[in-house]
Design a protein around this ligand. Structure first.
Ligand code: G3H
Ligand code: 13P
Ligand code: ZN
Length: 305
């Protein structure tokens, strides 16, 4: 069933598990996400970025909405990194049940102002809202220890932000970053900070940049002819721990991008004569389903629907 983000995330926060929020860009990705959620009896969030809306538009949103409506588990359709009030409103008009307003690059007061506008409009239509406070980015990029605090979410500021905006869930900067290169070795995730914010705030917290970039997938990508550098992601156990402290929504895009490319490359490499799209995209869908299944296990959402 198609539900709001709040319907999924409030029970997750209370139950100390997290729900995967997977980015989609086409039918196969959407099927991998929603069919795996049904198989595992897990709630799930499917998200589309503004780039995904530009690429797939209402056609893609309708695929998600149709699969979600027919699903026997709760599914929300969420706008990822909405950049303006207009963008959030447009997504709601398209049928999204959850929107993110990402004004985190603005000064605090402006972030509050932009977020509040979206919250008021979205709530009037029964849609839930995610906002962001703090700056994402690898800690590696900001090696001076004192500086890192300037980028990560300040717990007291987070309380003030939620009080002033009324956002339903909050994305916090805890050391993760977007993409396949999250730093060398084991990328940093500030558990103490999550714990502190989780003690001060009872709303669900959101972790962006949470792909695991599994070594096995990276290896397969290389073996199939793909070129990828020193890739690294967030360790499984770090996400499991973060869910105990209040992280209830975990954003994953990169892992599905890697998985689909692995699936496609492996077929094309092994069978150069193949040109039936079903034989090419089908295996990619299977590799993505395995990633979704693994992540749901790590986050503890299996059997919660
Ligand atoms: O956080 C960003 C997501 O990975 C979406 O990326 O804007 O290229 O669709 P995109
Ligand atoms: P990854 O790049 O780690 O998959 O993060 C995706 C994300 O945060 C989407 O909002
Ligand atoms: Zn993100």
């Amino acid at each position: 069933m198609l539900v709001t983000g709040k319907d999924i995330l409030v029970p997750a926060r209370a139950g100390k598990y997290a729900v995967g929020a997977f980015n989609t860009n086409n039918m196969e990705i959407t099927q991998a996400i929603i069919h795996t959620a049904e198989k595992l009896r897990s709630p799930v969030i499917v998200q589309m970025s503004e780039g995904a809306i530009k690429y797939g538009g209402q056609d893609l949103a309708n695929i998600v909405i149709d699969l979600a409506t027919r699903a026997t588990v709760p599914v929300a359709l969420h706008l990822d990194h909405g950049s303006s009030y207009e963008s959030a409103l447009n997504a709601i008009k398209m049928g999204f049940t959850s929107v993110m307003i990402d004004a985190s690059h603005h000064p605090f007061e402006e972030n509050v102002h932009e977020t509040k506008r979206v919250v008021e409009a979205a709530h009037a239509m029964g849609i839930s809202v995610e906002a962001e406070l703090g700056r994402l980015g690898g800690i590696e990029e900001h090696v001076v220890v004192d500086e890192k605090d300037a980028f990560l979410t300040d717990p007291d500021e987070a309380v003030k932000f939620v009080e002033e905006t009324g956002t339903d869930y909050l994305a916090i900067a805890i050391g993760t970053s977007h993409g396949a290169y999250k730093g060398k070795g084991r990328p940093f995730i500030d558990q103490a900070r999550i714990k502190k914010i989780g003690e001060l705030l009872s709303i669900p917290l959101v972790a962006h940049g949470s792909s695991g970039v599994p070594a096995e997938i990276v290896q397969r990508l290389r073996a199939a002819g793909g070129e990828i550098g020193d890739a690294a992601g967030i360790a499984d156990e770090d996400l499991t721990e973060a869910a105990q402290y209040g992280i209830a929504k975990v954003n994953v895009d990169t892992d599905l991008r890697l998985a689909s490319t692995v699936g496609i490359r492996e077929v094309l490499k092994a069978t150069p004569k193949e040109f039936d799209p079903r034989k090419i995209f089908g295996p990619a869908r299977d590799v993505m389903s395995q990633i979704v299944e693994h992540k749901m296990g790590v986050l503890g959402s299996v059997g919660k629907a």
